[in-house]
Design a protein around this ligand. Structure first.
Ligand code: AMP
Ligand code: GLY
Length: 422
């Protein structure tokens, strides 16, 4: 079966890589892809928001399955477009993707169904939001309602900082319409974890848990990024807490979406906080695979990913058992100097050639230049994954490989997965 994967980051490289191992997979197309994806798939220069062109491409190539990676096209209804054309597609429809696309929708849903999350208030009026904020105490969290490329959340340590965030969102409209509403939320203390699950209606097949590192610099300092590194599994978090998160948060949310007439099909990704009393609470839901969570989760999945997607699309996910490797995986993101602020592009990357069965290099922002050289082409450039019998050995492998790869200004955190070693 030929397949079209939509997106062009490290997450999509990991998806294409996992699909390419399936004996059932024919040609894998990826739009727009990147230079690393182009080594294992046929890339097509169509942007993720060009729905009509993507649909025509899928029809011309007669693909048997479309898989959508990023959040924006999901929120804008790309799945509905493929479904209307009768093309099998893995991902949530627009009305289900709203669980990520609108924080007020997500918070109201969780509140209605008594699913654990931080206390909150929502506002579409700046003065009312400001008055409420002034009645609260720091730390407090201010969130733009809509998608803001991962930058719409401010964890404010002072009320001044919170007020500034509120002004930026609602008055300066730095995130455009995404900021016409805000959620002001209780600050949750604790340890974060991500649980991704394959979901079809009420059927939930959780993936192995992972942890991301969002701040740019070591020690969780600096500005937030899309994610600087991940690891899976989480040896320092007990199975009972993970089980509780699945039973009290992910399954009830899937059920709630069905009750609301918005059945979710795709990957439901819960960002969770394990509060000091050991109870998981929801920070956010995403309607897609995480990036870079996918880069550590899929290499550990022993079940054929294509079979999983097809089961979800065909309504047989409940019959499937996911199998996981005992190996640990650690992903270290190599970013361009300056990221997450402005950064140069087009810098030559070397050291990519070493073949190694215990590491994988997923490309996020790469391209070939006019002379056919691999060059940087984004903020997050590469995700270097180390595999090993435990986190310590996977981590050592990832860093060994990360050191071998060079480009001018290369920036990475040196403490990915350090928490899991203590
Ligand atoms: P989000 O974009 O919703 O994932 O939020 C970005 C980051 O902000 C999360 O990964 C958390 O580290 C932090 N965050 C969001 N909401 C809260 C909260 N209520 N309490 C503490 N930290 C939060
Ligand atoms: N790594 C966080 C995300 O994909 O949203």
């Amino acid at each position: 079966m030929d397949i079209l994967v939509i997106g062009g980051g490290g997450r999509e490289h990991a998806i294409v890589w996992a699909l390419s191992k399936s004996p059932k997979a024919g040609t894998i197309y990826c739009a727009p892809g990147n230079a690393g994806i182009a080594q294992i798939a046929e890339v097509a220069p169509i942007a993720v928001h060009e729905f009509e062109q993507l649909k025509t491409f899928a029809q011309e190539k007669a693909v048997g399955l479309v898989v959508v990676g990023p959040d924006d096209p999901l929120a804008d209804g790309i799945v509905d477009v493929f479904e209307e054309a009768g093309i099998p597609v893995f991902g949530p429809r627009k009305n289900a993707a709203e669980i990520e696309g609108s924080k007020t929708f997500m918070k109201d849903l969780l509140h209605k169904y008594n699913i654990p999350t931080a206390a909150y208030e929502k506002f579409d009026d700046y003065e009312q939001a400001l008055a409420y904020l002034r009645s609260q105490q720091a730390p407090i969290v201010v969130k733009a309602d809509g998608l803001a490329a991962g930058k719409g959340v401010t964890v404010a340590h002072t009320l001044e900082e919170a007020e500034l965030a509120l002004r930026d969102i609602m008055q300066s409209k730095v995130f455009g319409e995404a900021g016409s509403r805000v959620v002001i939320e209780e600050f949750l203390e604790g340890q974060e974890m991500s649980i991704l699950a394959f979901v079809d209606g009420e059927t939930v097949k959780p993936m192995s848990a992972a942890q991301d590192h969002k701040p740019a610099y070591d020690g969780d300092l600096g500005p937030n990024t899309g994610g600087m590194g991940t690891y899976s599994p989480l040896p320092h978090i007990s199975d009972s807490i993970i089980e509780e998160a699945i039973e009290t948060i992910i399954k009830p949310t899937a059920k709630a979406m069905v009750s609301e007439g918005r059945p979710f099909r795709g990957v439901l990704f819960a960002g969770l906080m394990i509060t000091p009393d050991g109870k998981p609470k929801t920070i956010e839901f995403n309607a897609r695979f995480g990036d870079p969570e996918t880069q550590v989760v899929l290499p550990r999945l022993k079940t054929d990913l294509l079979e999983v997607f097809l089961a979800a699309v065909n309504g047989t996910l409940a019959d499937l058992t996911l199998e996981w490797s005992d190996e640990a995986a650690v992903c270290v993101i190599l970013a361009s100097g300056g990221y997450p602020a402005s950064y140069p592009k087009g810098l030559v990357i070397s050291g990519l050639d070493a073949e190694d069965s215990s590491s994988i290099v997923f490309h996020a922002g790469t391209a070939l230049d006019g002379e056919g050289r691999m060059v940087t082409n984004g903020g997050r450039v590469l995700g270097v994954v180390g595999l090993g019998s435990d986190i310590a050995s996977a981590r050592a492998k990832a860093y060994e490989r990360a050191e071998q790869i060079t480009f001018e200004g290369k920036q990475f955190r040196t403490d990915i997965a350090a928490k899991a070693l203590i």
